[in-house]
Design a binder for this molecule. Sequence first.
Ligand code: PEP
Ligand code: MG
Length: 883
Amino acid sequence: TKWVYTFGDGAAEGRAGDRNLLGGKGANLAEMCSLGLPVPPGFTITTEACNWYYANDKAYPGTLKADVGAALDQVGKLTGRRFGDPQKLLLVSVRSGARASMPGMMDTVLNLGLNDVTVEALAKDSGDARFAYDSYRRFIHMYSDVVMGLDHEVFEEILEDEKARLGHELDTELTAAEWQEVIALYKAKVEEELGKPFPQEPQEQLWGAIGAVFSSWMNHRAITYRKLHDIPESWGTAVNVQAMVFGNMGDTSATGVAFTRNPSTGERKLYGEFLVNAQGEDVVAGIRTPQNITEAARIAAGSDKPSLQKLMPEAFAAFVDISDRLEKHYRDMQDLEFTIERGKLWMLQTRSGKRTAKAALKIAVEMAAEKLISSEEAITRIDPASLDQLLHPTIDPKAERHVIGTGLPASPGAATGEIVFSSDDAEDLKTQGRKAILVRIETSPEDIHGMHASEGILTTRGGMTSHAAVVARGMGKPCVSGAGSLRVDYRNGTLMAMGVTLKKGDVITIDGSNGQVLKGTVPMLQPELSGDFAAIMQWADKIRRMAVRTNAETPADARMARSFGAEGIGLCRTEHMFFDDDRIVAMREMILADTEKDRRTALEKLLPMQRSDFLELFEIMAGLPVTIRLLDPPLHEFLPKTEAEIAEVAGSMSVSAEKLRQRTEALHEFNPMLGHRGCRLAVSYPEIAEMQARAIFEAAVEAAKKTGAPVVPEVMVPLVGLVEELDYVKSRIDQVAKSVMQESGTTIDYLVGTMIELPRAAIRAQVIAKTAEFFSFGTNDLTQTTFGISRDDAASFLETYRQKGIIEQDPFVSLDVDGVGELVRMASEKGRAARPQIKLGICGEHGGDPASIRFCEEVGLDYVSCSPYRVPIARLAAAQAAV
Ligand code: PEP
Ligand code: MG
């Protein structure tokens, strides 16, 4: 096995494509070398060596020592030096480099090879004693910290004390002799803390650093980071050993970092910072304020410190030239590190630069215009989920955050407002023109008006598909759900968080993009749907195969979704239309009715309301498909719960509290989610389904008359498990359609289909498809019933599952492809076998999740349906899946 790959002097054994073996940094160093760019010679120990190390009880492969020795010799030849030889001193840097850049790992040791003897050689060699001792003290500090595990603050304290004693402000003011004193103090400290002297032997130093890189792959921070970012442990890390070049060799030397385009705006302008007479970590450490690289940036920043362009024009010109070449070569915005040693430029790193969503759009669009990439490639350059950042107000990244708790990032965007604990209070505040954050243990359908009236919603219980989360996403309101460390006390009107007690009226901010709850107001940035956004969306629409619909029931949501490009409604949850003040009364009358006749009378009142709802939706969707689902939740959701509520409702409805209580008790269920809901309601009370069907068809007739465009309503029956259920409900729907056609003298085209949201429905899909003209996968319930975990309660333990590595992703957020997905695949195949033209879609929350959308493309669904604000995400994700 080849464990070591060398690079230097215009040649390299590896290349950019070897990222898996050499890590990102090593692969790109090799590539830059091959391109003939000035890269200090060096070599990369492979990720396979790291894996071998862990597979063999932290031993090194047998030939590794010899291979490293040979590679070091080659570096010596190319530099005219020799590692450990004071006559021809060669110093090296040692850096880690995994496939993906990974904070938390050992990063860098510079100036390795220095000791009490070689430091004198370096002083003589360079003719600069101050530089030599500065390098040595840096080495002791870094090595003791990252290899020997001493706290870096120990050294910072010593240095601060010395600077104070000597009356210096900046590190650069220390003289050679003063650095020597610091070094003596550092070494004494190491011996005092660790009971052994600082290692003097260069080989021992080198292997110590290599071992530290490998070990850091398994340190706590790295493991946590990998878990969070789904990086497999088996990737391992590479080690890069490279001849040192010095940015701290006086005023003609410097070190810096740069992006080939602005990473926060995307502007096509070199953007970066540097420090004169410094080494790498000084730039990031913030000890001195870095200077701008270009003159234009310096002027824009109003800085009086000279730019690199002004200070070192030749090195600057070389750097501009190289950054252009690298960007063209990699065809992406690059993040660069460089060092200038006595006027000569050296490249230390290049990689694709991290960027904001806004910058990603601009860069992709402009690079396509520059013909650097195709429009197809441009759309793959954008993380669909990041589009969220652009559609909602977000917290200014520069703002200070006073975090008092964290929950699930249930619905993106940030909002600030006064705490209210009830929906009525939220409405009151809204009518006074004030902003509210609705804080609840959990929300129920009765909170819809409060959710509408508030800026954002915070719950302490419930997961990503809890009522609060689903409804908030639908409304496009920021929501943090399941913030379990917060305590809501309704009775005392308090919210307890990390020792602080907040009251009604206190101001908080929630960040639905990361789940944080913050105290007070925080500066926000407003959304801006620029031309770049539109351009990318257009390209995506050309490429994608699947249609994108929306889950919407209110006109406002439907309009919003249209403006985001929705191509119809994939799910209209009609139950959400029954909670307005006047409707809930009629609904309750219907539920309280003792006979079918009374029930029909109450339903008569609901009919015109439903009809006008549907008419408006049909008009907004102007000929696009609209799927309307019959009533789904159990009836007791519409009844009052507490004694006080019962008394109030009984009063206003002029029925006895006793009767109301009895009916509520009779409807009580231990497991409502598995109870009397979905098509089971339509089987028990077909008159409800009939009323809804009539409202749909009458609205369709009216819409066709008004707009001249035919509407083809899709009537959807929820929670079907038996084809007999569907047959029964469908015959009622067909009956109503027939009547409406006769009454109106028109024909209505319509489809009747079903949700596939129970395992039995998936298993019997070939039979169900004989009746159903379309399937819509209700993956929320399908996940719940396949796993046998409650979508409302699972958040409390799923996080533990994630932390323990039992699941990678919350299956309510990203479709469990292996299990639930298998049911979707199977049902799709069986459905198509029975009815080749069957329409297939998904309307569970997964319809807006990019990874799940990829799966939907694979299975060949016709459309995905998601909440309005996720429509752009779904359009882009569907396009990426089709590329
Ligand atoms: C589902 O179960 O996936 C679905 C879309 O229906 P609901 O979330 O309303 O139960
Ligand atoms: Mg469902």
